[in-house]
Design a protein around this ligand. Structure first.
Ligand SMILES: [Zn+2]
Length: 136
């Protein structure tokens, strides 16, 4: 688990609870269409590929690559430690299945587009924030 940090936490809803709480069991979870197997993210009641409403919560490997990133130097609220990396990570399971996240457990100089990463979770009470670290 990554170290705790000050964050604005998401409101849990029936539609997004799987995503924000899967980290309690070490699982990065998305909705997946049972008809065409497409991962649907952000959570929606209908598959964006085949329009099926038959979606199920599915854990992925947590493995992916850095699609792109930027380095934040601005402290947006008291207690925010800077600089830090904001990244878009593309998951291994599906082209275009991407998360906006932070990279942790690596130096900023180490970050490269295409770098293999894996999910780690930062716990805040009921919420487990998916973050990513370099995959060795
Ligand atoms: Zn579908």
């Amino acid at each position: 688990m990554a170290a705790r940090s000050n964050r604005v936490l998401p409101a849990l809803t029936p539609e997004n609870q799987h995503f924000w709480t899967g980290g309690a069991r070490g699982a990065l979870c998305f909705l997946r269409c049972t008809k065409c197997r497409h991962f649907v993210h952000p959570p929606a009641p209908i598959c964006s590929e085949c329009l099926s409403r038959d979606l199920e919560v599915t854990a992925v490997s947590g493995r992916g690559v850095v699609y792109t990133y930027t380095v934040n130097h601005q402290s947006w609220f008291p207690g925010m430690v800077t600089p830090f990396v904001i990244a878009i990570v593309e998951l291994a399971e599906q082209p275009g299945l991407r998360l906006t996240t932070n990279l942790v457990n690596c130096s900023i100089d180490q970050v490269k587009i295409g770098m293999p990463v894996r999910a780690v979770f930062e716990n805040h009470d009921a919420v487990w924030i998916p973050l990513f670290e370099p995959a060795l």
